[in-house]
Design a protein around this ligand. Structure first.
Ligand code: RP5
Length: 168
């Protein structure tokens, strides 16, 4: 997978974010979208973070997913260094359990947008799906795959419903 040039860059502020952000990677794997994962913090490694964001477009990356917790400035800082679309994922945990990261990520001042997803694993999954939706604008095979994914979700839920009815 990672042998191909990455179309999506997943960046996170700490290795403590990895178990959540792995959900995004799994979705990209499912849709066979090449990606790479990096750990770099807006606060602890600002110079490296800035370089990763600045170089991404030249390396062929189309979309960046940034996950961070607590005073989560990563998505905003990354967005300030690139014109690629940036999708932010607030991490759960900390004293405020992700609400701090949600506000830090979503409340961007006008001019530098970050598309913010839900806190935690649902947000990480949706960030990757959103990236696939963007790529599907110019890739019909991905568009078909997204339609098939929705049919798959519908069938799964229908089967669960049928099992529930059979137990009543
Ligand atoms: C943020 O601080 C990271 O994204 C992480 O969610 C949070 C805590 O980091 P660790 O102290 O666990 O490394 O920068």
């Amino acid at each position: 997978m990672n042998a191909d040039a990455p179309l999506v860059l997943i960046i996170m502020g700490s290795d403590s974010d990895l178990s959540v952000m792995q959900e995004a990677a799994e979705i990209l794997k499912k849709f066979t979208v090449p990606y790479e994962m990096r750990i770099s913090s807006a606060h602890r490694s600002p110079t490296r973070t800035s370089a990763i964001a600045s170089d991404a477009a030249d390396r062929g990356v189309k979309i960046i997913i940034a996950g961070a917790g607590m005073a989560a400035h990563l998505a905003g800082v990354v967005a300030s260094k690139t014109i690629l679309p940036v999708i932010g994922v607030p991490m759960p945990g900390g004293a405020l359990n992700g609400v701090d990261a949600l506000y830090s990520t979503v409340q961007m001042p006008a001019g530098i947008p970050v598309a913010t997803m839900a806190i935690g694993k649902a947000g990480a999954k949706n960030a990757a799906l959103f990236a696939v939706h963007i790529l599907a604008l110019s890739e019909p095979a991905l568009s078909d795959a997204l339609k098939a994914y929705r049919v798959e979700m519908d069938s799964m839920l229908e089967n669960i419903d049928l099992e529930l009815q059979a137990r009543q």
